[in-house]
Design a protein around this ligand. Structure first.
Ligand code: FES
Length: 163
């Protein structure tokens, strides 16, 4: 495990952007962590572990604290993430109205498994318990947009509009 952490710390990631970002703060406390992590994610597209270790070193905020925040909030990604996020509902209402077929269609069209990102980094595909719009079942979201009463034929057109 210790060796894994050493490897992660040394992975080659450009740290200049982090230095510039930290330079814009006079003093950094744990209270700045969320906005700081948001900015880091904006720059890198996710939170690269070597950057989090460097952040800990520069700010003296314990790495355990930084990881605690980064893993608590769904908005943060610790692995490279696609430009668009597709969330397909696997809740009961969606399940009985064809949700599994929607999920299969997305996986076939994008050649990606749940939790995965397409090779061109265009999409990350996730399945979620309920999107809170059961009356639209089956439902998926692309970024902040909801798509309801789906059938497999609609998926391709919807996805193309985000390319
Ligand atoms: S079960 Fe799919 S939105 Fe609620």
């Amino acid at each position: 495990m210790a060796q894994d952490m050493e490897t992660v710390k040394e992975l080659n990631v450009d740290k200049e952007s982090l230095k510039r970002l930290l330079g814009s703060y006079q003093r950094i406390t744990t209270g700045d962590l969320i906005p700081l992590l948001q900015q880091i994610q904006q720059v890198y597209g996710y939170l690269p572990p070597p950057i989090l270790f460097e952040l800990s070193k520069q700010t003296r905020i314990p790495i355990s604290r930084i990881y605690g925040v980064a893993t608590f909030y769904e908005q943060f990604y610790l692995r490279p993430h696609g430009r668009h996020t597709i969330k397909c509902c696997r809740g009961t209402a969606c399940h009985v109205n064809g949700g599994p077929e929607i999920s299969r269609t997305i996986q076939q069209l994008l050649r990606v498994k749940p939790g995965g990102t397409t090779e061109d980094m265009a999409y990350t595909f996730e399945t979620v318990a309920c999107l809170g719009t059961c009356f639209l079942a089956p439902v998926m979201m692309v970024d902040q947009d909801y798509y309801g009463h789906l059938n497999p034929d609609k998926i391709s057109q919807i996805l193309k509009s985000y390319r």
